[in-house]
Design a protein around this ligand. Structure first.
Ligand code: ADP
Ligand code: MG
Length: 144
């Protein structure tokens, strides 16, 4: 499914709706260039999960855990990962195969360890369109 947004607020709202409907054990992969809106979308998901803490992209940690919401929320940003072993050191499989919600920014960098049944979200700009226009492609979800 493809959703088009006109501004950051709409992307946030889309994430929020997904967070509200998220089911235990789901993994969301998030891909798209730097500055496209992955973190905005993630903040929406966190809001939808009723997480009150601020969510941003930590520079030096691959994983941030949020336990205060409707479900545990595991926010991975693997942009700076050097080696897949770093994921093993974190013990990623406890998160990937647990009962919380995983959301992974820059998931294409760890493709080799991703399970098959992930929900994939890709955010793209379109140079022919407005500066704030985004095309968001979601695969693996029947409906929103
Ligand atoms: P990323 O995590 O992908 O690097 P961020 O979410 O940190 O990107 O930043 C996205 C930036 O783009 C924000 O400054 C946001 O306000 C802006 N923006 C403009 N239009 C949109 C849109 N339609 N959706 C999401 N963000 C948008
Ligand atoms: Mg980000």
């Amino acid at each position: 499914m493809i959703i088009e947004t006109k501004n950051a607020k709409e992307t946030f709202q889309l994430g929020k709706k997904i967070g509200e409907r998220a089911q235990p054990g789901q993994i969301y992969t998030l891909n798209g260039d730097l500055g496209v809106g992955k973190t905005v979308f993630t903040q929406g998901v966190a809001r939808g999960l009723e997480i009150r803490e601020p969510v941003n992209s930590p520079t030096f940690t691959i994983l941030q855990e949020y336990e205060g919401g409707r479900l545990p929320f595991y926010h991975f940003d693997v942009y700076r990962i050097g080696d897949i072993e770093e994921m093993e050191e974190i013990g990623y499989d406890d998160y990937f195969f647990g009962e919380g919600i995983c959301l992974i920014e820059w998931a294409q960098l760890i493709e080799e360890i991703l399970p098959e049944n992930v929900i994939s979200v890709t955010i793209e700009k379109d140079p022919a369109k407005d500066f704030d226009y985004r095309k968001i492609t979601i695969e693996g979800l029947e409906e929103i």
